[in-house]
Design a protein around this ligand. Structure first.
Ligand code: DAH
Length: 344
């Protein structure tokens, strides 16, 4: 009997099971009523009294070892089960599905490319700015409404000197100021970046959006140069048939100032609901840099002139891809983002 127990003990140590059925079969074989261990228990009656103690201890050991082993096997394949049984290791890794570039990045890169080919390099500046770079140096009067808390997010309001207020930049024109402070003409830059305004969020306004600012300062830069560069940009961005028109406007930092429209690319200028039956859609603001701005940034306005322009990346993207709700750009809904797969 002892030999039989010893043999079973060894057998039990080597047990394996790959799934629940195999495990159940083992349980039945060893631990059920008619299992091997119960059979031994039944034979125990016939063990001579002097050996009963020794055999009894061994028999109990066999039973508890078997229970432990079966429990351990169960645990092993249960923990493996979470996932492993779902994993198809024979499945191919290809094709790898790639993410898509965000529509605003696609359009921003295209704008950077177009101006890059015309000699503009990229300049960068901080999003948390001081009033001096966002307003004062750009010729905003001290009581200009754009400085108001209703439009501007304040980080730190300075009671004694508003030019020291720390704010979130409301436009990328602040990067013009930094570029002019840090270098002398010729300066030919574009400044892509995020800007912030204290607006209620709706389908057509958001508290942050993206702009691209352009600046060219040199000797003898004229309005004609500005118009030519913008016409070239509009044709490359919206197609060779695109027309532009410049309407007089006002910005504190440019004189003269203009707003530029392009011919509506939906109706080709005939008039439709998209262009409100005017045949034109507005895309950017521009003008000749005001001499006050040049002087505030340390550039001699008697020697140099320049132009500037600024556009909203969301606006250009809407025109190109007809996105009706601005909020789509910041919701990260992959169903929306995937639509731009082919534009990457
Ligand atoms: N900074 C203006 C805005 O946020 C856009 C702009 C207009 C930029 C005219 C310019 C410009 O450089 O000349 O609305």
């Amino acid at each position: 009997m002892l030999a039989k127990i010893e043999q079973l003990l060894q057998e039990v140590e080597g047990l394996t099971a790959r799934n629940a059925e195999e495990l159940e079969a083992l349980r039945i074989k060893y631990l059920s009523k008619k299992g091997a261990i119960n059979e031994l228990m039944a034979d125990f009656r016939n063990v001579p009294a002097e050996h009963k103690k020794e055999v009894g201890i061994k028999l109990n050991e066999l039973k508890s070892r078997t229970q432990e082993r079966i429990a351990a096997l169960k645990e092993a394949f249960e923990s493996q089960d979470t996932g492993m049984s779902e994993l198809d290791l024979t499945r191919t890794a290809y094709p790898v599905s790639l993410g898509t570039r965000h529509p605003l990045s696609i359009v921003r890169n295209e704008i950077i490319d177009i101006f890059g080919r015309m000699g503009f390099t990229i300049a960068d500046g901080p999003e948390v700015e001081d009033d001096l770079h966002v307003f004062t140096s750009l010729n905003f009067a001290a009581d200009h409404p754009a400085r108001d808390m209703q439009d501007t997010f304040f980080v730190e309001a300075n009671q004694d000197d508003v030019t020291k207020n720390i704010i979130l930049r409301t436009h990328t024109s602040s990067v013009q100021v930094r570029a002019m402070e840090n270098s002398q003409p010729p300066i030919r830059i574009i400044c892509p970046g995020r800007v912030y305004r204290n607006e209620a969020i709706s389908y057509r306004a958001h508290c942050f959006f993206h702009q691209i600012e352009g600046l060219y300062i040199d000797k003898n830069v004229s309005f004609t140069d500005l118009k030519q560069v913008l016409l070239q940009f509009a044709r490359e961005m919206f197609g060779p048939e695109t027309k532009i028109r410049l309407r007089p406007s006002y910005f504190p930092f440019t004189e003269p100032s203009a707003e530029m429209d392009i011919s509506c690319d939906i109706c080709g200028g005939k008039g439709c609901a998209f262009c409100k039956y005017t045949g034109w859609v507005e895309i950017l603001g521009c003008g000749m840099v005001d001499p006050n701005v040049l002087e505030a940034c340390g550039i001699d306005s008697k020697i140099y002139t320049g132009y500037a322009f600024g556009m909203g990346v969301e606006r250009i993207t809407n025109l190109k891809y007809k996105v009706k709700d601005l909020r789509m750009f910041s919701e990260n809904d992959t169903r929306f983002l995937k639509e731009f797969e082919s534009a990457n």
